[in-house]
Design a protein around this ligand. Structure first.
Ligand SMILES: Nc1ncnc2c1ncn2[C@@H]1O[C@H](COP(=O)(O)OP(=O)(O)OP(=O)(O)O)[C@@H](O)[C@H]1O
Length: 246
């Protein structure tokens, strides 16, 4: 589904160039749920931004379903993002004046589509993420967990090939965070949604199928979890890996 080949990013402009990513190779299968962890400054967000076409690499390539997407014009990259990539962020990024359902339909409007034909999809999605009874609420009338569910539905309304999540539980309490992670795991398992998630939280990472651990812009370790391995067992392995790194 998604391949990064010798992906490097150098930020120029400061006193010294920063080598944020150094020849990273990564292949993600359809329906796979990958967690990316690593110390602060190890290149996690840079990787996510490059994979999502928000920034371009200094060298190397990104292929989406075999097609090179890392050297597109700005216009092409915008269309690619709109139609193939869903984003979820730590602070939800919902528009405060719009209701939950208006927020969810926004990506379709931006893409010039009429929301009318998508009512059923939207309702199915709202039901799936558990906010159907909150459809008319504005973000300020929703809890953090509910807002994150709205932002998840908004990211999925365009049926993106890849869902990219940057610290999706970073602003949630532990219980609400676990509920959101259960939802992501369910989406990957049942809807074959491909997900790449950056997180600092070992518990959140334990819901993924694979952990990619970055250090100094390179993949230091990868843990592949067997299917159906319980979350607490995955967490033990992740914590063991973190101990080894520290
Ligand atoms: N726009 C930029 N210009 C210059 N340097 C940058 C820029 N963005 C990131 N960097 C640097 O690149 C390196 C990797 O940053 P990145 O944000 O990808 O790390 P991260 O692992 O996501 O960190 P954190 O966990 O703290 O969010 C860091 O040294 C950072 O200071």
């Amino acid at each position: 589904m998604l391949n990064a080949v010798k992906l490097s990013k150098i930020y120029e402009g400061g006193k010294h160039p920063v080598h944020a990513l150094v020849e990273v190779d990564l292949s993600v299968e359809e329906g796979e749920f990958v967690a990316v962890m690593g110390p602060s400054g190890s290149g996690k967000s840079t990787l996510l931004h490059l994979l999502g076409g928000l920034d371009s690499p200094s060298s190397g390539a990104i292929l989406l379903e075999g097609k090179v997407v890392s050297s597109l014009s700005d216009k092409e990259a915008t269309l690619l993002r709109r139609r193939n990539i869903g984003f979820v962020f730590q602070f939800y990024n919902l528009l405060p004046t719009l209701s939950a359902e208006e927020n969810i339909l926004l990506p379709l409007l931006i893409d010039g589509k009429k929301p009318k034909g998508h009512e059923k999809e939207m309702e199915d999605l709202m039901e799936k993420v558990g906010i159907l009874d909150r459809r008319s609420h504005r973000p300020s009338e929703l809890s953090g967990g509910e807002q994150q569910r709205v932002s998840l539905a908004r990211a999925l309304i365009t049926k993106p090939k890849i869902l990219l999540a940057d610290e999706p539980t970073g602003n949630l309490d532990s219980k609400t965070g676990s509920q959101v992670m259960e939802l992501l795991a369910l989406l990957s398992e049942e809807m074959k949604q491909t997900i790449i998630m950056v997180t600092h939280d070992p518990k959140a990472a334990s819901y993924a199928d694979r952990l990619v651990y970055l250090v100094d812009g390179k993949i230091r370790t990868e843990l592949h979890f067997e299917k159906d391995l319980p979350v607490p067992e995955k967490m033990k392995r992740i914590l063991r890996n973190l101990e080894k790194e520290e």
